[in-house]
Ligand binder design. Structure first.
Ligand SMILES: [Zn+2]
Length: 316
């Protein structure tokens, strides 16, 4: 069973990024070290053969500046924060989402997306932990703020399965200065050490966990945990936020396991990189060495017509 599951995980990780070409699990050597299996990944039915899976390596020079991308508007109401819990894979802070109390709009989004929950992914040590990478650089942790499209769908559960259903903001964490906003969460972690433990947690504004820099990358992807549905517009913030090493160490005292079970530390709870395939990563900010979106479209359509004519030759 363990061998089969390990094979499935390799299948899920795919052959490595497509267009980027430079990064693979092979070149990100640290990724090899955390190849452990969580029960979450042991069911074959959770592995789809998708074309827009997440996470990905963001190859900075291959991302395309889109001057039409608007700034992301974030409106979070601290009073909509409900509780914090250990779901056996990570810890989540969940929000009341029956109305648009906490939501995002603008950026690459055409609708309002309501905040459902946020959670983190992290490594056993600081050398790895993030799901996305930038030019193969791995961060020690990554925050995900999960929102659902409340204009098109009536619930989070419905939106998860649908096109343009979800929008997730990703923020990299790096080791540096003490983060007072994060500390509010860290202080509660001992009370949700075991799987399924839940505590009330209110009056928290998660915008304190975001970098002040508005720059982001965006691409069409999927959830990084089952059901892995391809319903996510990813918004990855360019700038990481700094957290103190001791604060991240507190994440690692959490457990995957329930009270009474043999203890397994909650670490390395991230999915391996997935192939980019035929996707464009857009950036909200200009930079040198970067194609703009018009040039990318032209190059892409030229390449597509070349491929079509090659195909035609083969058939003839
Ligand atoms: Zn996540």
């Amino acid at each position: 069973m363990a061998r089969l599951a390990s094979r499935l995980l390799r299948l899920a990780s795919g052959p490595g990024p497509g267009r980027a070409g430079l990064c693979s699990l092979g070149c990100c050597a640290s990724y090899r070290l955390r190849d452990r299996l969580h029960p979450l990944w042991q069911s074959p039915i959770t592995i789809p053969g998708g074309s827009r899976q997440s996470p990905i390596n963001i190859q900075w020079r291959d991302s395309v500046y889109d001057p039409h991308l608007k700034p992301l508007e974030i409106r979070y109401d601290p009073a909509s924060c409900l509780h914090m819990w250990n779901n056996g894979y990570c810890f989540l802070v969940e929000f009341e989402d029956s109305t648009d109390k906490s939501f995002i709009t603008g950026g690459p989004l055409e609708n309002n997306y309501r905040l459902k929950q946020f959670h983190f992914h992290w490594g056993a040590i600081n050398d790895w932990g993030s799901e996305h990478t930038v030019d193969c650089k791995v961060f020690p942790a990554e925050l995900h703020l999960v929102h659902w499209n409340s204009c098109k769908y009536s619930s989070f559960e419905e939106a998860v399965m649908e096109d343009n259903g979800l929008a997730v903001i990703g923020v990299f964490l790096k080791i540096g200065a003490f983060h007072s906003g994060l500390q509010e969460l860290v202080e509660v972690l001992p009370s949700i050490k075991h799987k399924d433990m839940l505590v009330e947690f209110d009056e928290f504004d998660p915008s304190c966990l975001l970098p002040s820099c508005p720059d982001y990358w965006t691409y069409a992807g999927s959830l990084t945990t089952p059901p892995l549905t391809e319903s996510v517009t990813w918004i990855i913030k360019k700038k990481p936020v700094e957290v103190d090493e001791d604060q991240l160490e507190m994440f690692r005292m959490l457990l995957f396991t329930s009270l009474g079970e043999e203890e397994k530390k909650m670490v390395d709870n991230f999915r391996p990189l997935q192939p980019l395939m035929d996707r464009m990563v857009r950036s909200s900010f200009p930079s040198q060495h970067r194609l703009n979106i018009e040039a990318w479209s032209e190059e892409h359509s030229q390449r597509a017509s070349q491929q079509r004519s090659l195909k035609g030759t083969v058939h003839l």
